[in-house]
Write a protein that binds this ligand. Structure first.
Ligand SMILES: *[C@@H]1O[C@H](CO)[C@@H](O)[C@H](O)[C@H]1NC(C)=O
Length: 130
């Protein structure tokens, strides 16, 4: 096989390899935009609806009753607000959140804005591909 043939052979392979990834990107969940985030005080710790303890030192997210399903527990979410980006984990359900809105741990809130009185923050989030 000539070098030129090898190159075109390899590019066909990479196209084939790329195809399933592209297909799963299309079916991946979309960003929820203009989501309102309130800070969530877990005190010394709090057992979320997903079953495990949420520590005050950690990033955690509670999603609305409407968005919640047990299969979303522990899924990683990607969050963006202003210039900042973070990953967090779905650990709880938020009883008073409107669909698409989040209750986020104070630790996570302060990462985006150290001033808790700035609540609610407005941001975008999506399920990460995990
Ligand atoms: C966030 O969670 C706390 C603690 O469970 C709760 O008191 C508060 O009402 C929640 N915020 C919203 C907007 O639901």
């Amino acid at each position: 096989m000539s070098f030129q043939h090898l190159l075109s052979f390899l590019s066909v392979i990479s196209l084939v390899a790329a195809a399933p990834r592209a297909a799963s990107d299309v079916t991946a969940t979309e960003w929820t935009t203009d989501s309102k985030w309130t800070p969530y005080n877990v005190d010394e710790g709090y057992r979320g609806a997903c079953g495990r303890f949420i520590y005050p030192s950690e990033f955690g997210v509670a999603i609305s009753v409407e968005d919640y399903q047990p299969g979303l527990c522990n899924r990683i979410v990607s969050l963006k607000s202003g210039e900042k980006h973070a990953f967090s984990q779905i650990l709880d359900v938020c009883a008073n959140c409107a669909k698409g809105d989040l209750n986020i741990t104070e630790r996570l809130f302060k990462y985006f804005n150290p001033d808790l009185t700035a609540a609610p923050l407005v941001g975008d989030w999506e399920l990460a591909n995990n």
